[in-house]
Ligand binder design. Structure first.
Ligand SMILES: N[C@@H](CCC(=O)N[C@@H](CS)C(=O)NCC(=O)O)C(=O)O
Length: 194
């Protein structure tokens, strides 16, 4: 169900890395158990274990996978481009989380939210993305980077939060480019963009 966990599975698959996915029992609050809190004191998924390394936060995990296994294109070393990527990772943790992700949690899980605020954050976010992607194929460079992978999941799941992407043509075309990448995988509830 988690778009943040999907984000990590997508990146692992795009990098053609072998991994084992462990499902955390949400209703039984396994993510608040002492053994889980040792891995992530915030008690949230996803968590990545790579031998002795344990990492929390989907954005941080994207950075790790890109730098460890992905090569420079996924997270360029250039200072300005790296800063631009971190800006989009922040957008993922902030606007994406308060906007389309919150709306989805509300409509499919019944989570109480400030509906008007979530809709307004979502509209502003989609307008920013549409403008950017009407001028550029990818968010930061002329290739896919972890910025695109960080933003994609909850935009592709936006319809589950009653958000229509119909008028965001460039956003849909960008989604379709991601969906054509070798190794792309979807998740339950995610339907092809075009
Ligand atoms: N910034 C974190 C957010 C993680 C997060 O919110 N995880 C949710 C599932 S999508 C969770 O574990 N929620 C349970 C809780 O907060 O108790 C990330 O990107 O990984």
């Amino acid at each position: 169900m988690s778009g943040n966990c999907y984000k990590v599975r997508l990146m692992l698959s795009l990098l053609n890395l072998k991994y084992e996915s462990r499902i955390v029992n949400g209703p039984e609050k396994e993510h608040k158990s002492s053994s889980f809190l040792e891995m992530n004191p915030f008690g949230q998924v996803p968590v990545l274990k790579d031998n002795d390394i344990v990492l929390r936060d989907s954005q941080a995990i994207l950075v790790y996978l890109a730098k460890m296994y992905g090569g420079k294109d996924w997270f360029p070393e250039d200072s300005v481009k790296a800063a631009d990527i971190v800006g989009w990772l922040s957008t993922s943790a902030n606007e994406v989380s308060r906007g389309p992700s919150a709306l989805r949690a509300h409509f499919i899980l019944g989570r109480p939210i400030n509906l008007e605020e979530a809709k307004s954050v979502t509209t502003s976010l989609l307008n920013v993305l549409e403008k950017k992607l009407s001028e550029f194929q990818w968010l930061v460079t002329n290739k896919v980077t972890i910025a695109d992978i960080a933003i994609y999941p909850y935009i592709a799941l936006a319809h589950q939060g009653n958000v229509s992407l119909l008028e965001y043509k460039s956003v849909r075309e960008w989604m379709s480019r991601i969906e054509k990448l070798p190794g792309y995988v979807g998740m339950v509830g995610l339907t092809p963009s075009i």
